[in-house]
Design a protein around this ligand. Structure first.
Ligand code: MN
Length: 191
């Protein structure tokens, strides 16, 4: 097996009540694991076996793209959170957020709106373009901004499997709750 699922850097109940231990058990323990298992199965004995995960995402399509991208997205998502990180961005990232969105509050509102407004399954992203400008993007299903030459900084999963156990149909509530567990030191390190 080329790719191993990384252990979470926190206990499974550490993100509650924003994300319950039960949701972590299913979302991390079953969904993320399945994408990584499928990825390993699909690359075995192919030209993709020697590529790193980002290269696979940029070069693959179909089932391999979907599973590689979903593996990457979920690892990125779960490593964004922490029970006791910085709850506000600082430094250059904060300056860029103020510049490109008006304020941190306005950014959070626009980000949740983009997540709520995405029809069906997918991801909402904060990305940096090659000029350093920040932008919020929506991606359906497994879509990853690396395919568009953007640098992902933050993502919220808006697939129903990410929130249905805790919030049922209330996607906006599920997304807003995530602000309580985002570790902005992690997001800043990606910027
Ligand atoms: Mn998910």
């Amino acid at each position: 097996m080329k790719y191993e699922q990384p252990e979470l850097p926190y206990q499974r109940d550490a993100l509650a009540p924003a994300i319950s231990a039960e949701t972590v058990d299913f979302h991390y323990g079953k969904h993320e694991k399945a994408y990584i298992d499928n990825l390993n199965r699909l690359i075995k004995g192919t030209e993709f076996d020697d590529m790193d995960l980002e290269e696979i995402i940029v070069n693959a399509d179909g089932a391999l793209y979907n599973n590689a991208s979903q593996a990457w997205n979920h690892i990125f998502y779960f490593f964004t959170f922490s029970p006791d990180g910085s709850r506000e961005p600082g430094g250059e990232l904060r300056a860029a957020i103020d510049r490109d969105f008006g304020s941190f509050e306005k950014f959070k509102e626009a980000f949740v709106d983009a997540g709520v407004g995405l029809f069906g399954s997918g991801w909402v992203w904060l990305c940096r373009d090659t000029n350093g400008k920040l932008l919020i993007t929506q991606g359906s299903n497994a879509k990853n901004p690396l395919s568009d030459g953007l640098t992902p900084l933050l993502t919220f999963d808006v697939w129903e499997h990410a929130y249905y156990l805790d919030y049922q149909n209330r996607r906006a509530d599920a997304l807003r709750a995530l602000w309580d567990i985002v570790d902005w030191d992690v997001v800043e390190s990606r910027y």
